[in-house]
Ligand binder design. Structure first.
Ligand code: NAD
Ligand code: ZN
Length: 365
């Protein structure tokens, strides 16, 4: 499947195909201009690096690999400096395309490095986690973390091409697959009730490794993201903000866990989506049965579906204080993504924080 991302001069294709990594060289050769291609990856992705390098060699493209330590801590100023120095040592030019092979950490770090290297060089995303395949590799948001918080230093920099091989997920730990799935079901909850229903029937197969369920969910999710990003590339019109469903609550929970492996991003988002639906129901905006359907589905696939599931010990007041710290805070208002029902979400900038606090305090722990 080829999914076009239409952004004027910055348009590109996302190709989704089982086994694509072994044929990646054919797609990358035209971007190499006969020069050595630099691949950046992390240590856990080494088996896939070998496949990619072999496919480049078969397409008569020389390659050089930079292998970084895995983990969120690599999205740092220090690693950005290390990486840009290496890329400059290797002689990367503006017209070159650096390949980011890995999860969202590699994609965000390499994308940002390429945004600033020689004032912007090309790059290609080859995402190898479910989260990166359905979310972070498409849309051009790149960032590192700073002392003040996550993703606060970054740039919009679109890739020239995204190559998605769902079979790379065969080596991904099950917990990471589940966490990435939170971002899949998110697209159903945002504006696609039929896709949510599809998820209810097919999530178990997807988690278990069914190749068809995986490629179907991945293609559908990328098409949804491409459409929303195409409507609002720089998140100025409110449309792209819908992609943050569950993220305001989720970030507060991730912050409590210190943005560590205790609570993966997707796990925080899952709990956050359940809370967004729960709050909407508590305010009489969404039918309680819809909020219950979300909670039941998340629980069925082993994702957290509320404060008890993530063992949060923060009071409503503390959680709201974390949310105020969130980067989405704008001119003193905290926009919330609320729901009128499954697949019907909207941005509300007038939510009374006292009501959010009371709702959170009333949650079972
Ligand atoms: P990650 O990149 O840390 O990958 C998770 C783990 O899986 C890591 O240990 C990694 O080494 C390993 N891994 C990757 N591919 C593998 C494979 N095929 N087999 C075995 N192990 C593999 O985390 P992630 O969940 O992919 O991404 C999270 C990051 O993405 C966060 O930093 C988040 O801020 C960012 N993000 C960015 C956007 C965006 O739009 N740019 C959107 C969502 C999330
Ligand atoms: Zn997310």
């Amino acid at each position: 499947t080829v999914i076009p991302v239409s952004l004027g001069a910055r348009s590109y294709d996302v190709i989704v195909e089982n086994g694509l990594l072994a044929r990646a060289g054919d797609h990358l050769a035209p971007l190499s201009r006969g020069r050595t291609m630099v691949i950046v990856t992390d240590e856990n992705v080494r088996p896939h690096l070998a496949t990619l390098q072999a496919s480049l060699a078969a397409a008569v493209v020389q390659s050089e690999a930079i292998v970084l330590p895995p983990g969120e801590s690599s999205k740092s100023w220090a690693m950005l400096e290390t990486l840009t120095d290496r890329l400059l040592d290797l002689g990367v030019e503006r017209g070159d395309h650096v390949v980011a092979l890995g999860g969202g950490v590699i994609g965000d770090l390499v994308g940002f490095a390429c945004a600033i290297l020689k004032r912007g060089c090309g790059f290609v995303q080859v995402p190898t986690t479910l989260l990166a395949q359905v979310d972070s590799s498409v849309g051009g948001k790149t960032a590192i973390n700073s002392k003040a918080g996550k993703n606060l230093v970054g740039a919009f920099h679109q890739p020239a091409l995204v190559l998605v091989d769902p079979t790379t997920l065969d080596t991904l730990p099950a917990r990471q697959v589940r966490a990435g799935y939170a971002e899949v079901v998110k697209y159903g909850l945002i504006d696609d009730p039929a896709f949510f229903a599809w998820c209810e029937s097919n999530a178990a197969a997807l988690i278990a490794g069914d190749a068809d369920a995986r490629s179907c969910a991945i293609s559908h999710s990328i098409a949804a993201k491409a459409r929303i990003v195409g409507e609002d590339e720089f998140e100025t019109k409110g449309r792209r903000a819908l992609l943050n469903l569950g993220h305001t609550f989720g970030h507060a929970l991730e912050a409590e866990a210190g943005f560590s492996d205790t609570l993966l991003h997707g796990e925080g988002v899952a709990a956050g989506m359940a809370l967004a639906y729960g709050f909407s129901a508590a305010q009489g905006i969404a039918p309680p049965a819809d909020a219950e359907r979300v909670r039941t589905h998340l629980a069925a696939i082993g994702l957290p579906n509320g404060l008890a599931a993530v063992r949060s010990t923060q009071s409503g007041h503390e959680l709201v204080a974390h949310m105020m710290h969130d980067k989405k805070m704008n001119a003193g208002t905290l926009p919330f993504l609320l729901a009128r029902g499954i697949g019907e979400t909207y941005v509300d900038k007038t939510v009374d924080l006292a009501k959010v606090t009371a709702f959170l305090d009333a949650q079972p722990r």
